[in-house]
Design a protein around this ligand. Structure first.
Ligand code: 8YV
Length: 325
């Protein structure tokens, strides 16, 4: 009987599918995350891995666990695995695209709206017993109607965000990508611009790109200086696409107006972060895909990819298709 390790508790549907396919499933339900070493020890006892919670699967980890027959990432992002090494070792790796696009875009939209109305800080005034009564001119927000939304990475999640912004606030959509997205241009009237124009014209700039060498700290002091002083920065992709100290300084110096983050660097964000004291900042604990529907769909997809491996089939959501050549 082949064995699978799942690194965090998941909706039961994912486990059921694996068991129905004849796999022996062990789920790590510990409160604290496994260390690299503990994960490696556990992996020695199994044939397949479902990586839930983005454990870093480095070159060393993969070389120590080259017996693995397949790895399913329960995430769309795959910056936490050394894919080149997995390919060299002939380990198929899958991710979970599409199924989380709507839920993640919902969080980007939620942050955009919440920041524009300073909703988290205003709500906290009540929680902390600090609401001094109705004010007419204090802590005012700004409206989104007809403003320009700049998207870095107009892929599956970016398009969902653009659709919501267009539908709700008739926002003008501009975007910057490695490749032009003609479908989105037709569907949403989205305008392709270079990165500097995106920075200069966006009233809201929302990040929906992968973390890579090219996007690491792409939003740094230089980039924030090029943004409008009324701009809102939203990141639901990966925390290290923005430089957190530079973002803090840009907000403190009034170079940009506000920020909404579902991802931070590091995660969890320190409770001491000055960002948490700012009324124009909303921070969430990486909840982009955290709905019952989406998390269930993610683990179903991950399970089906592992089942494909034991059935001798190609993983449907394979990331390193080269291994099948
Ligand atoms: C997940 C994510 O919550 O898909 C991603 O890349 O960041 C989130 O949807 C996380 O990866 C859970 O494993």
């Amino acid at each position: 009987m082949k064995k699978v390790l799942i690194t965090k508790d998941i909706p039961s549907k994912g486990v059921e599918l694996l068991e129905e396919a004849g796999l022996e499933v062990s789920v790590y339900r510990g409160e604290s995350s496994l260390t690299d070493e503990e994960l490696s020890v556990k992996c020695k006892e199994v044939d397949l891995l479902m990586n839930v919670g983005q454990y870093r699967l480095s070159k060393t980890f993969l070389e120590d666990n080259k017996h693995l027959k397949g790895i399913a990432l329960a995430s769309v992002g795959y910056d936490h695995i050394d894919l080149a090494t997995a390919t060299a070792l002939n380990i198929p790796v899958s991710n979970t695209p599409d199924v989380l696009s709507g839920a993640t875009a919902d969080v980007a939209f939620l942050l955009m709206l919440a920041v524009s109305r300073k909703a988290f800080a205003r709500g906290r005034e009540i929680l902390d017993g600090k609401w001094k009564g109705f004010g007419f001119t204090q802590e005012l927000g700004q409206e989104l109607n007809g403003k320009t939304l700049g998207i870095l990475g107009l892929g599956r999640i970016g398009i969902e965000m653009a659709k919501k912004a267009k539908g709700a606030y008739n926002m003008e959509i501009i975007y910057h990508n490695r490749n032009r997205n003609e479908e989105a241009e037709q569907l949403l009237g989205a305008r392709y611009v270079d990165f500097d124009t995106l920075l200069a014209e966006g009233d809201v700039i929302s990040v929906h790109t992968n973390l890579s060498k090219e996007t690491l700290h792409k939003f740094n002091a230089e980039a924030f200086k090029k943004m409008k002083s009324n701009a809102i920065f939203i990141n639901t992709a990966r925390g290290s696409i923005h430089h957190e100290a530079d973002l803090t300084a840009a907000l403190q110096n009034g170079e940009i107006w506000g920020a909404g983050l579902d991802v931070t660097d590091p995660e969890p964000m320190s409770a001491e972060s000055p960002l948490l004291q700012m009324s124009n900042v909303c921070v969430l604990p990486h909840i982009g895909s955290a709905t019952v529907e989406t998390r269930t769909a993610m683990v179903e997809m991950a399970s089906k990819n592992l089942i494909a491996v034991i059935s001798g089939d190609k993983m449907p959501q394979i990331l390193n298709a080269d291994i099948y050549k």
